[in-house]
Ligand binder design. Structure first.
Ligand code: ADP
Ligand code: MG
Length: 682
């Protein structure tokens, strides 16, 4: 790398140890870091018509001094200078605090230009910058940097200017020339200059365009490089499944597979057979039939002489899956066992022992499955359902449990394309984009809370037909801050309402596992007709007789989550309904409700969700592993992301990439990320 640019910032005149220490807090250590410290916004010095400026907005105006400036002192050393200025047709006040010396510079009838915050109600600009005469700022834009400690915007601009003057000529291109030409991108030096010292909005735009592409390309190279490396250097096991047995299994299913299921099964078993380690993401909307796909995969692995594991986020779900897998697979002599934290003592020991002996074929459970004490004899395939609920770390531990098991991640939250190629960019992706035939779409309505009685009337109508209902509430306890209906209150109210007619059950996260289990069983067997629940029923639960769901405070949920919840109904052959009780105040809240009533397509919803909430919120908490980009925005710049992804794929496949000097810079990113660790390039 470039020795000049890698010098510490103290190499610059004007930056001493003290400043260097503060700069290090914002990760600026070298000249290069300084040059690449991107502004987060630009200050706009263009003159504007005050009529168009919002209250509290920063503005620059030019006007004529209308009367003698008046200076008032207050407190010790504090002063306020007030000037009446005629700006176009406005006579406004401009005030400067604590700069009394300005009084003598400003003369009546002269033109001045001031920059400051506009108080639209009182028609006052609280100014912090004065130019005598007309606006002479040459740049339309001045960069604004995020700062720390005693750093100032002016100081930052100065440091960067210095860095540019002394070392600008050492800035090296990182992208190959033919990409710059193909996409008409600024070279790196010009782009950095335009970023820090733009003379027009266009400069900023062009500079940004270049760095967005660069950032995505580097990211994709690392991601795909890692995938390629894993493929080539972590030999998995080749699982020679028994095709005849698989066919027999398929033939006895109560339904034919959809063509999407067939396609996905083929992709999966091909991976099983190949010597590479499978690392595949299966996306399929709620109800698209992922469970049977998982069962086929696990069975294939068992027929090849391996064990399989299915990991799910909750115990309830684990129990349900264990139940379905047993039904499907036990007739084929496959031993399925459930292992959750509530299975203890002797029973637990026994399962663990049998597992280690290889007598248990398939283990189903929550993340308890990755605890140290759990040892398989010959783990061949790991499937996780709703995997984004598992941390990256858990995924890694799990993958390392067996020798090198194939891994399939299933998710019912359709992942927007942009996230699929960033967060999961190192995976192969399969999509179940077809619903089993005969599925009716769920009718969704949005009702205001005051319509509750009518809504309950609809619920009752379904109950009278012998069907069941879910009622979902966001939180289990009242919180002062969030004025939310809580499950316990709703449970009490509905028990009262349906008294002597229907039985109401309550389910929430604070119940002990056995209690949850009991409630769920009562609901499954229709001993309870109305289940009031928090979002613990969100994933996977399957009670086909439930045909109506009411969601309280629906505006508190994201679109993807609402869609997940809604997927609990519409699982049988009867028409199902979902009613969103919500009174969203915000525009986007209202839009979310509207979208829910308009589409049942999980992919459409997840794209919308991402757009409305941004990537950070998409999976809920931070643990999702969504990369943070310095300048790029994966939602708005998704086209650049796709271009970069394709280019990265092309580069990694071309032999020139690994040898030609043109790509030297890009290759260093792979070295940094460990992809080339232990590899020598010649
Ligand atoms: P999800 O993808 O949400 O996990 P499930 O695997 O729970 O969906 O399947 C939902 C329902 O659809 C189940 O009752 C399942 O038996 C049924 N099902 C799955 N595949 C088919 C199919 N090809 N034809 C008809 N029904 C199917
Ligand atoms: Mg499922």
């Amino acid at each position: 790398m470039n020795a000049y640019l890698n010098q510490p910032v103290t190499a610059l005149k004007g930056i001493g140890e003290e400043t260097a220490a503060i700069l290090s807090e914002i990760n600026i250590f070298t000249i290069k870091d300084l040059l690449e410290y991107f502004p987060y916004r630009y200050e706009d010095y263009r003159l504007r018509d005050l009529a168009e400026v919002q209250h509290d907005e920063k503005v620059t105006v030019e006007g004529k001094v209308h009367s003698e400036p008046s200076l008032a002192y207050y407190g010790r050393k504090k002063s306020k200078l007030t000037i009446r200025v005629l700006v176009g047709r406005y006579l406004i006040k401009v005030v400067f605090f604590n700069q009394p010396y300005l009084k003598n510079k400003i003369a009546i009838n002269e033109t001045i230009t001031v920059t400051g915050k506009w108080d639209a109600h009182r028609q006052i600009i609280t100014a912090n910058e004065l130019q005598l005469g007309a606006n002479i700022k040459t740049a339309d834009f001045e960069p604004v940097y995020s700062l720390r400690g005693s750093l100032t915007t002016k100081g930052m601009r100065k440091f960067i200017r210095l860095a540019f003057q002394q070392y600008g000529s050492y800035i090296e291109e990182t992208l190959p020339d033919h990409f710059l030409q193909k996409y008409r991108l600024l070279n790196r030096k010009d782009a950095l200059r335009a970023l820090h010292f733009p003379s027009s909005q266009e400069d900023v735009k062009q500079s940004r365009r270049r760095f967005v592409y660069e950032e995505f390309l580097v990211f994709q190279l690392k991601m795909q490089g890692l995938r390629k490396f894993e493929r080539e250097h972590s030999p998995g096991v080749s699982q020679n499944y028994d095709l005849q047995k698989l066919k027999e299994f398929l033939n006895q299913l109560p339904f034919p597979l959809t063509s999407a299921q067939k396609r996905v099964v083929n992709e999966m078993i091909k991976d099983l057979k190949s010597p590479y380690r499978m690392n595949r993401l299966l996306q399929g909307d709620v109800g698209s039939g992922k469970t049977v796909v998982a069962a086929i995969g696990l069975y294939a692995s068992v027929t090849a002489g391996f064990q399989g594991a299915l990991m799910v986020p909750t115990e309830i779900l684990a129990e349900q899956h264990a139940e379905s897998l047993r039904q499907l697979l036990e007739p084929f002599d496959v031993r399925c066992e459930l292992l959750t934290s509530s299975i203890k003592g002797k029973r637990r020991k026994e399962i663990l022992h049998e597992l280690a002996e290889g007598n248990v074929d398939i283990l189903i459970g929550t993340h308890a499955l990755i605890q140290d004490e759990v040892a398989f004899k010959r783990l061949g395939l790991v499937i996780t359902d709703e995997q984004h609920r598992f941390g990256v770390e858990q995924r890694r531990v799990l993958r390392e449990k067996g020798e090198s098991p194939d891994v399939l991640f299933m998710t019912a939250t359709p992942i927007p394309r942009t996230l699929a190629i960033t967060v999961f960019g190192e995976m192969d992706v399969s999509v179940l984009d077809e619903m089993p035939a005969g599925r009716k779409s769920i009718e969704t309505y949005w009702a205001k809370p005051e319509m509750l009685e009518r809504v309950l009337g609809m619920v009752e109508k379904e109950l009278r037909k012998g069907h069941q209902a879910y009622v979902i509430c966001p939180l289990i306890e009242e919180s002062d801050k969030l004025d939310v209906q809580n499950a316990i209150d709703v449970y009490a109210a509905l028990s009262q309402f349906f008294q002597n007619r229907y039985k109401v059950g309550l389910m929430h996260g604070r119940l002990a596992a056995e209690e949850k289990d009991a409630v769920m069983k009562q609901f499954s067997s229709n001993d309870v007709q109305v289940l009031v629940s928090t979002t613990v029923v969100e994933v996977g639960v399957n009670v086909p007789n439930a045909t109506i769901m009411v969601i309280y405070d629906a505006e508190r949920f994201g679109l993807s989550q609402l869609h997940q919840l809604r997927g609990r109904v519409g699982r049988g052959s009867d028409q199902s309904y979902c009613i969103l009780l919500a009174n969203p105040k915000s525009e986007t809240g209202q839009e979310r409700m509207r979208i829910m009533t308009e589409t049942n397509d999980g992919f459409v919803l997840s794209e919308k969700d991402l757009e409305l909430r941004g990537p950070g919120d998409f999976f809920g908490k931070k643990q999702s592993g969504i990369p943070e980009f310095k300048i790029a925005d994966m939602v708005h710049d998704y086209r650049a992301l796709e271009t970069a992804r394709n280019d990265a794929a092309m580069l990694l496949e071309s032999s020139a990439f690994w040898s030609s000097p043109e790509y030297e810079h890009l290759r260093t990113y792979l070295e940094d990320s460990g992809v080339l660790e232990g590899e020598k390039l010649d």
